[in-house]
Ligand binder design. Structure first.
Ligand SMILES: Cc1cc2nc3c(=O)[nH]c(=O)nc-3n(C[C@H](O)[C@H](O)[C@H](O)COP(=O)(O)OP(=O)(O)OC[C@H]3O[C@@H](n4cnc5c(N)ncnc54)[C@H](O)[C@@H]3O)c2cc1C
Length: 600
């Protein structure tokens, strides 16, 4: 039988009256955590629907940490969203990779684990109008999810949670130079960037275990997938939530053969991520009434905040040639790959077992509002393989520079009632009046750090952006021309109580309808000052307790002094002179065929 055309209603399996207790839409970090926690009660029957395929244990493209560039841009693993023209970036369209496989983006991401700054969550408490989302209330859930990273007891980190974490090691001449340069530049080296203060640099925690990616599926779903009360269907793409009046009674999904199924449940939870969750809400009739009517979609509930207030970070790379043969560039030699793979998967060691970005941290720009607003991550390798980079065989190192604070807000809006048509995504990057100052200062500070004497014996000159980019105008032109998304979309269905809020922070229910909740990165009232894997996982852990009705974990913030005193604010001198290189060119969509992803 032919598959129905897109948008046609051809329901083959009819509603099962017995149904499930809970449907979870999306097997990303949030969905996997909910599936684990909700099925701990054997009487609760859960169906998890994931649009992507299984995360096979043998598939090195997603299991080998160093191979993290392969799934990005590959349609077997990545939704490959593309933005609308970004007005602040010369109308460039940006690529928004999102995981389309069990584990969601945690199966294709950079594995870097960062809690964020406590002020992020205190702000949530205010913005969401709920004290229960301030840092004191969120922190126990970070501890609950974290596996041991070797922290001494009493430092406030989790030790026995399901999410395996591994630190650093960030060893070798380039990382040694980096940590020395950090101090020469007036910043601090701290034992753990995930402590309360966040400011400073340290080796980074990564979600890896035994040399393999520790995705949320590996950490939370696979250990419980044999529970009789849990069903997991892959290749099941949900097109809409089914409503009776304003009560959600289940979902419609399409399987890999193109057949459409309706399935019922008492509760539906959308965990499809910050782009797909608002898309599904809108396709289901929950969103701005005028917008939906304009597309011929019957309005179930007018909720104007759906898809509004989307946020992401913006990032660039500063890249240097390295004059000594001490970078990881030899890893590009395919003859070495078998050894690298075996070292990682058999012995859990070597360059294959990690994201090369093993060190980094946070600093305050001159325009910070009381908390660090810049993120710098160092890789001992020139990873960016586009035209403007050093040639891939050359030794180099590069620093990811991200401006982490911005009031810029964008949106996710469906353009068609057909589920397979990607929604329109725009971030309005650089639209916050403070963005320009932060970016110029951020690039100056990054160059200042990389220009310290500690790097002198390695430094073969800056190749990105290169010496032709000096003035403020030149820096901003380069940022507009080359910056990429930070891969941290969030806040498209924010928790809160105002008119533009979508989710009730006390229950995770969608305002105005029954039987429907959202738990994923969409619900963040605002983007965190860090990568978003850890915050999303924390949200799901906490939401699970809310949904089950468990007593919240006790608020128990460790009373401990700051590990290292903050430095005096450093004055950024003009960046050092750098040798010449060719001007930057626009970049192509990640091909999915390179060894290293280039944008986190
Ligand atoms: C390339 C990349 C690198 C990143 N690097 C880092 C990093 O190093 N550190 C970090 O902290 N964060 C990183 N992130 C971000 C982080 O992975 C995400 O913030 C996090 O995974 C969000 O979790 P989520 O559950 O909200 O959504 P997702 O991870 O996006 O999961 C959503 C799931 O829902 C499924 N889905 C979507 N639509 C449907 C539908 N209609 N029907 C059924 N299923 C559906 C998707 O296929 C997916 O499996 C990165 C992201 C990417 C894409």
């Amino acid at each position: 039988m032919c598959a129905p055309a897109e948008g046609e209603e051809d329901v083959r399996d009819e509603v099962s009256a017995t149904g499930y207790d809970v449907l979870i839409v999306g097997g990303g970090p949030a969905g996997c955590i909910l599936a684990n926690r909700l099925t701990a009660d054997p009487s609760v029957r859960v169906l998890l629907l994931e649009a992507g395929g299984p995360d096979h244990w043998w598939d090195l493209r997603i299991q080998l940490p160093l191979a993290m560039g392969f799934p990005v841009g590959n349609r077997n693993f990545d939704w490959r969203y593309e933005s609308e023209p970004e007005p602040g970036l010369g109308s460039r369209r940006l690529h928004h990779p999102r995981g389309k496989v069990l584990g969601g983006s945690s199966s294709i991401n950079g594995m870097i684990y960062q809690r964020g700054h406590r002020a992020d969550y205190d702000r949530w408490g205010e913005e969401a109008g709920a004290e229960a989302w301030d840092y004191a209330h969120c922190e126990p859930y970070f501890r609950r999810l974290e596996g041991n990273v070797g922290e001494p007891r009493g430092t406030g980190r989790g030790r026995s949670g399901p999410q395996a974490l591994n630190r650093g090691p960030a060893e070798g001449p380039i990382f040694d130079a980096f940590f020395e340069a950090v101090q020469q530049a007036g910043y601090q080296v701290v034992p753990d960037i995930n402590d309360d203060a966040q400011e400073g640099f340290s080796p980074l925690d990564q979600a890896v275990k035994g040399g393999k990616r520790a995705s949320a599926a590996a950490s939370y779903l696979h250990p419980v997938e044999n529970r009789p009360n849990l069903d997991v269907h892959c290749n099941a793409t949900v097109s809409k939530v089914l409503f009776e009046g304003t009560r959600a009674v289940g979902v419609r999904y399409r399987d890999k053969n193109g057949e459409t199924h309706d399935v019922r449940a008492s509760e539906t939870i959308l965990s499809a991520g910050a782009i797909a969750t608002p898309q599904i809400l809108q396709l289901s009739g929950v969103g701005d009434g005028d917008h939906l009517r304009g597309l011929g979609i019957p309005v179930v509930h007018h909720l104007p905040g759906v898809g509004e207030s989307l946020q992401d970070h913006l990032a660039v790379h500063i890249q240097h040639r390295c004059v000594q043969p001490v970078s990881m560039s030899e890893i590009r030699n395919k003859a070495k790959w078998p050894g690298v793979v075996l070292d990682a998967v058999l012995f859990g060691k070597g360059p294959g077992s990690r994201n090369p970005m093993q060190a980094g941290g946070f600093v305050s720009s001159d325009f910070a509002d009381g908390e660090p607003d810049l993120m710098f991550l160092l890789a001992p390798l020139a990873m960016h393989s586009a035209d403007e980079s050093v040639e891939v065989s050359a030794h180099g190192y590069q620093m990811h520079v991200g401006v982490m604070q911005s009031q810029a807000r964008g949106s996710v809006k469906i353009a068609s009632p057909i589920p397979a048509v990607h929604p329109k995504v725009v971030l309005n990057f650089l639209s916050d009046p403070k963005d320009r100052d932060r970016w110029i200062n951020g690039i100056q500070r990054a160059r200042h750090l990389l220009g310290q004497p500690a790097f002198r014996h390695l430094d073969g000159g800056e190749t990105l952006p290169g010496p032709h980019v000096r003035s403020d105008e030149e820096i901003m032109a380069w940022v507009r021309r080359t910056a990429r998304v930070g891969l941290h979309v969030a806040s498209s269905a924010p928790m809160g109580r105002g008119e533009m809020a979508v989710v009730d922070p006390d229950t995770m229910r969608v305002h105005g309808v029954d039987g429907l909740r959202v738990v994923d990165a969409s619900v963040m009232p605002s983007l965190t000052n860090a990568n978003t894997l850890a915050p999303t996982m924390m949200i799901a852990e906490k939401a699970a307790d809310i949904i089950i009705g468990n007593t919240p974990l006790p608020v128990k913030l460790p009373k401990r002094p700051r590990l290292v005193e903050p430095p005096e604010p450093s004055i950024v001198p003009p960046a050092p002179a750098v040798p010449s290189s060719a001007p930057a060119q626009p970049t192509a969509y990640p091909s999915g065929a390179s060894l290293f992803a280039d944008s986190w």
